[in-house]
Design a protein around this ligand. Structure first.
Ligand SMILES: *Cc1c(COP(=O)(O)O)cnc(C)c1O
Length: 375
């Protein structure tokens, strides 16, 4: 039997929302108000409530959110920002774009998030910010990070692009640091119909600064005390996101249920020696932006899955410290063994609310087939 299981199926989600979505889009066209405005303000209010923070500030995309966060904290030339080399490119490029130096710290092998026991060794007198990434939808160990930051007088920015609605004990991603950064890229758990992003903070002054920086630094139109960027959120994107936000918790719970079913199916199939399942640490609500497994023979498994119609991808094949554009930072291969091993061994499987039990059984069966032909 051959089935086709895409890595992500956005059509299925749209089919259930078509009427509401069209009404929302119509509402924006009837208003002819396309940038910021009431639709964006409503989304900001709704998202602040959802993320349990005082302020949410819309912007053009998640990469800009990271950039704006560093700008608002006054990070620039000569400063250092600490993060992991195992993330999407934008985490580190935001630092480089403000003239700061990305300083990498290895990940912990189980969660793929920053290894908090290694942060302090990377702090210098130039360090200004720690930027943990809540990779795949699970929060980094924020209590330890905030404790180091408080002791060393640093600020903390969460790259929460993959973690909307993820909880760390009682608190929620985006409200666990000075500034949280979100992306609504279409494939994220809460996806727009194009590019969109959001910043969150509990600090009134930072919120005000971010609101100014996203509109060229002009508090009043055409009067500029600071130099910002053009990173406004479109009303159309806000309207689309407002249709989806009320469904987000159901979707994230459905993702978690599918992750639990994979765990059970892999365990029942006796595959937990060959592949490592995702690890959820105590107190974490994992929202499974990705369901990522680890396998020593990853590349061959990847090909096998593709040949059998199972969508899969590798996040991320090249750690940031080994990217050509960051050669000037002077890191060698071997500098971050866990990040490098993760880049060699991890692979994402389909996980979304519309994924059926039969599809999941098929995915596990294909992987079982792969290992039954190995010696
Ligand atoms: C998606 C993502 C971003 C960037 O978001 P865009 O909206 O695509 O600019 C940043 N960091 C991480 C970890 C991401 O997954």
């Amino acid at each position: 039997m051959n089935m086709n299981v895409p890595l992500l199926d956005l059509q299925a989600q749209y089919d259930g929302l078509r009427e509401e979505m069209r009404a929302a889009v119509d509402r924006v066209f009837e208003s002819q108000h396309f940038i910021l405005g009431p639709e964006v303000a409503e989304l900001e209010r709704e998202l602040a409530a959802y993320s349990r923070v005082r302020h949410a500030i819309g912007c053009a995309n998640g990469s800009d959110a990271l950039l704006l966060a560093l700008m608002a904290l006054g990070v620039g030339e000569g400063d250092e920002v600490i993060t992991t080399p195992y993330s999407f490119f934008a985490t580190a490029s935001a630092m480089a774009r403000v003239g700061a130096r990305p300083v990498f710290v290895d990940i912990e092998p189980q969660t793929y998030n920053i290894d908090v026991t290694k942060i302090e060794d990377a702090v210098t007198e130039r360090t200004r910010v720690i930027m943990p990434v809540h990779l795949y939808g699970q929060c980094a160990v924020m209590e330890a990070i905030n404790e180091i930051a408080a002791r060393r007088n640093l600020r903390v920015v969460e790259d929460a692009a993959q973690a909307i609605g993820a909880d760390d004990f009682e608190r929620r991603a985006g409200g666990l640091s000075d500034i949280g950064c979100f992306s609504f890229y279409p494939s994220k758990n809460l996806g727009a119909a194009g590019d969109a992003g959001m910043l969150t903070t509990n600090d009134d002054e930072l919120a005000e600064r971010l609101r100014v920086l996203r509109v060229h630094g002009g508090e009043r139109r055409y009067y500029h005390r600071v130099i910002g960027i053009n990173s406004r959120l479109d009303a159309l994107q806000a309207a689309v996101l407002r249709v989806k936000l009320p469904h987000l918790d159901d979707w994230s719970n459905a993702r978690a249920a599918r992750a639990a079913l994979y765990n059970q199916l892999f365990t029942d199939a006796g595959l937990t020696e060959q592949i490592t399942l995702p690890f959820v640490r105590e107190g974490a609500r994992h929202i499974y932006h990705q369901y990522v497994i680890r396998a020593a023979e990853r590349d061959r498994l990847f090909e096998h899955l593709k040949q059998h119609g199972v969508g899969t991808d590798i996040y991320y094949p090249v750690p940031l410290h080994l990217q050509e554009c960051f050669a000037y930072l002077g890191y060698d291969a071997g500098a971050f063994p866990e990040a490098e091993r993760a880049a060699r061994e991890t692979l994402a499987l389909p996980v979304y609310p519309e994924l059926s039990r039969e599809q999941q059984q098929y995915v596990v069966e294909v992987i079982r087939g792969f290992y039954s032909t190995q010696d």
